[in-house]
Structures are given as C-alpha cells and as structure tokens.
Ligand binder design. Structure first.
Ligand code: GTR
Length: 348
C-alpha cells in the first residue's frame, strides 16, 4: 500500500522507483549472462586496454589433442591481440555435454568451444554433409576439402544457427566397437545396440547396418556399456582409449565409416562485439592452432592403439570395404539431394 501511495504521491518518487527497477534489471541480466561479453578482469593488456576473459568449452580431458589445440588457440589469441583477450579453457565437459554447450553458445553464455561436427549438424543443416559415411578418399582429400573453399563455406553456413565456425580439428576415423563379438562384415552388426552421437545421420547410419542406434551424450556411454544398456558405440582410437570404453567393449573394428571432424566455434554474440582486427586474430589463431592439434592427434592415435592392444583388446580389420560402402548407401539415397551441391564438389 505504502509503495503505491509513494508512487502516486509525486514525480520524484515515481522516477526513483523506475530508476531502481531499471538498475535492478540490468544487474540481473548481467549476472545471468555471465560469460556473454567475457568479463573484464580489471588488469590491463600490453596496449593498455582492459583484459577481457572468455570461456571456452571442450568435453575431452586436459591432455587430449583437441584441448591441446584449444590451449594453443588461446595462447595465439592472447599473443595476436596484445593480451586484450584471454581465453580460459574448461575441459572435461565442465560446462556441459556438447548439445548443451552448443545451446549455450547460441545464447552467448559460453563464448567459444571445440565440439564435434555431428552434434552441430542438428543445429545447422549443411555442415552435416561432413558426417556422411566414406565421404573422403584419404587424409589429403579430407584436409584439402576442410581447409579449402568448401570447408570455409560450411563454416560460414553456421551463421544461421548463431554460431561462427573458425577452424576444423582432426578427429581421425570413427570405428565401431562392442562388448559382444568381433565384427568384420556388416552382417555382424545385426541387432547390436550401438550408442551414437546426438545426430540423425549417425542414427540412420547404424540402422542401415542392421544395428539398433541409441543417441546419448558421450559421458553416459561407459556406464551404458558396462550395465548392458548398450552393446557398444563408435569412435576413433583416442576417444575409445581416453574415455576408457576399451575396458568395457573389447572388440574394435577398423571400418572407418566416418571422418567427421572437430570444429572450433565462437558465439555470434561474442563475434558481433569484436572489431575487425580482433576477428582476424581469432580466425588466424584457430587456423594456426590446427597444426599443434594435428600433431598431438597423430601421436595419441598411435599411442592409444598400442595401449589398446596391450590391454588385450581385439582389433579386427574388415573383410571387404565395398560391402560396407554398399550397406550405407541408403544414407546417400536419402540425403544425396539435400547435400548435392557439396557432394558434387567434394567428390570432384
Ligand atoms: C569424439 C569427439 C567428441 C564427441 C565424442 C562422441 O570423437 O571428439 O567431441 O563428439 O566423439 O562420440 O560423443
């Protein structure tokens, strides 16, 4: 009652009320948006400007190649912006699983992230072409595409999802693994309950092989296999090893069904606040950090294969690659039209 009387009672009371409401609202919005513009930490960069600290998410452990890449990216951004931007890397999924990290990027509560392209393709269609099975002929073909015009166009296509694609990182080749039996031909996959990333293409891929797909976040897969909810999953050597999935699913098949890469993303809300020089610095830093990431990648791929063999796991080569390619053809029949423009360019 009293408050109402006050407001009605005079111009000054009313103004004060609105002013304090406005100040309160601004404080709430700023607190909620935490990482939005990054936080100014009060210290000054070499150029005398305030240092802005940004948050970058990665779901892999600290020494995993993507995190090694993220840290190199952070180092280069700091160097190229004379210390104006400082990036703190939150590894190990501290900021959430990939799907939630992408959503947080979209609203600007996380500034940067390294994620896999598969979950990104649920937010922006075109880049999904990179998840299609047996897309590249070899490593050189893959990197020509990713680091060339097509890769760049696909990164740019992400702006429809309020995401800014900066560079690709290596994720090798994905392979199936399970706890039940060795798999060397598509028919061996029949009936296996296989976890996939949260992506339609991977759901259909597993179905085309006669297995049963379960989309689920990465951090739940170990217990899924251990408790028998899942028979297996699919991933590259470094992930199979570092996630400890190799402990619960000992049969690994080198079928190399997908080379879907990793990608470094910025939120559009961060991007819109950067000036042209800073944008250039972030883009260059991401591209340059790829070198260090790929070196770390090659090393962990070789090391993890050794560790897996030493643990007594069974690694199976496939009998006939043509048979696997043929089995997944329904995906091309279904998505070929949508991705035609890119598929034609990639195959050329
Ligand atoms: C890994 C990738 C992760 C995540 C994971 C998964 O290869 O690096 O970002 O996508 O696969 O299967 O969920």
């Amino acid at each position: 009652m009293k408050a109402f009387t006050n407001i009605r009672n005079g111009g000054l009371g009313l103004k004060k009320f609105w002013l304090s409401l406005l100040v309160g609202l601004i404080a709430v919005v700023m607190a909620a948006c935490g990482g939005d513009e990054g936080s100014e930490d009060g210290s000054a960069s070499a150029s005398g400007e305030k240092t802005i600290t940004l948050k970058m998410a990665d779901n892999h452990p600290d020494d995993y190649p993507t995190v090694v890449g993220d840290k190199e990216f952070a180092r280069l951004v700091e160097e190229k912006t004379d210390g104006k931007y400082k990036i703190e890397v939150y590894s190990g999924g501290q900021l959430g699983d990939e799907k939630s990290v992408i959503e947080q990027l979209q609203v600007g509560s996380i500034d940067l992230s390294r994620v896999n392209v598969s979950p990104v393709s649920e937010f922006s269609d075109q880049i999904g072409v990179l998840g299609l099975p047996y897309l590249f002929e070899d490593e050189d073909h893959k990197w020509d595409i990713l680091n060339g015009e097509i890769g760049e166009e696909l990164l740019e296509s992400l702006d429809d999802a309020k995401l800014v694609g900066l560079a690709y990182y290596d994720s090798g080749a994905r392979n199936f693994y399970n706890s039940k039996r060795p798999v060397s031909k598509p028919a061996d996959m029949k009936g296996l309950k296989i976890r996939v990333q949260q992506s339609d293409i991977f759901i259909e891929l597993v179905k085309s092989l006669g297995a049963s797909p379960t989309p689920m976040s990465y951090d739940e897969v170990y217990s899924g296999i251990q408790t028998g909810v899942l028979d297996g999953a699919e991933n590259n050597f470094p992930s199979y090893y570092s996630s400890n999935h190799f402990e619960v699913a000992k049969y690994y098949t080198i079928d190399q069904h997908s080379n879907v890469p990793e990608v470094v993303l910025a939120s559009a809300s961060l991007w819109d606040k950067l000036d042209e020089d800073a944008k250039k610095a972030f883009k260059e830093a991401a591209m340059e950090s790829q070198k260090v990431q790929r070196e770390a990648w090659d090393k962990l791929t070789a090391d993890s294969e050794k560790e897996i063999l030493a643990a007594g796991n069974e690694i199976t080569e496939i009998d006939d690659p043509a048979e696997w390619r043929e089995a997944v053809q329904p995906l091309y029949d279904k998505h070929g039209e949508k991705y035609k423009e890119y598929l034609d360019k990639i195959k050329k």
